[in-house]
Design a protein around this ligand. Structure first.
Ligand code: AP5
Ligand code: MG
Length: 226
């Protein structure tokens, strides 16, 4: 899902981190506070599945099992999405890139549209906490707002604060799919930490310090020239 905040000026950021590290929560906060456009490949794909498009049909089974959707589909989808953004738009990429070929394709896309990458934020959270977060997560199928039944509950149980829709549990937040997603992350996405660290772009932040504190750490890192 792509949602636009108030002002369209700002940095170009990638959020890296394991399933449950808080990428979507943090990106929504940066959208609301800094006016960045939030581009979540997971939200885009879930919308494609819900609308019954060809892309949604191709992605559905991979997503349900907690496996990655093939690179070619994701790269084409993101090339189209990024090409729509104006040169001044600030944005945060949540869930892309996730493999080495995707990272290389992103470099080429950014070069083509003349955008500079300002920082890659790696949110670190340990495994037990990731599983606790994913097991208790509830999401809004309408506006993609994210909750946790214990630590970030909505005002009225089961109802989205933002739009009033009934909250759901994601199908890939079942135990078997969670375990698979965590394994896939280690094998396919964790190597990107080295890819961006080698270019001096990586900022690693403790993902348990609270959402505003993480945003502050990102701001400090950007001001420090990360
Ligand atoms: P996607 O939707 O991106 O799932 P994910 O990467 O597994 O990450 P999550 O959305 O589960 O976690 P998050 O880090 O966003 O955490 P959140 O903020 O929700 O992708 C889904 C699937 O789509 C993939 O498995 C794959 O099949 C496919 N896909 C997507 N992109 C792809 C790509 N590039 N290539 C190939 N396939 C792709 O928070 C989690 C919970 O923690 C919530 O309950 C929240 O309330 C809580 N929480 C968040 N922050 C905090 C905090 N600071 N303190 C306490 N609790 C917190
Ligand atoms: Mg997410």
């Amino acid at each position: 899902m792509e949602s636009q905040g108030a002002s369209a000026q700002g940095p170009h950021l990638i959020l890296l981190g394991a399933p449950g590290a808080g990428k979507g929560t943090q990106a929504a906060y940066l959208r609301d506070q800094w006016g960045l456009t939030h581009i979540s490949t997971g939200d885009i794909l879930r919308a494609e599945v819900a609308q019954g498009t060809a892309l949604g049909a191709a992605a559905h089974d991979y997503m349900q099992r907690g496996e990655l959707v093939p690179d070619a589909l994701i790269i084409r989808m993101m090339a189209e999405r990024l090409a729509l953004l104006g040169a001044a738009a600030g944005y945060v990429l949540d869930g892309f890139p996730r493999t080495a070929p995707q990272a290389e394709a992103l470099d080429a896309m950014l070069a083509r549209i003349g955008h500079r990458l300002d920082g890659v934020i790696n949110l670190e959270v340990e495994r037990t906490e990731l599983i606790r977060r994913l097991s208790g997560r509830r999401v809004c199928p309408n506006c993609s707002a994210i909750y946790h039944v214990e630590t970030m509950p909505p005002r009225d149980a089961g109802i989205c604060d933002a739009c009033g829709a009934a909250l759901i549990q994601r199908k890939d937040d079942q135990p078997a799919a969670i375990a698979n997603r965590l394994e896939v992350y280690v094998a396919a996405t964790q190597p990107l930490i080295d890819y961006y660290a080698a270019r001096g772009m990586l900022v690693t932040i403790d993902g348990t310090i609270g959402v505003p504190a993480v945003a502050e750490a990102i701001r400090a890192a950007l001001c420090g020239g990360a």
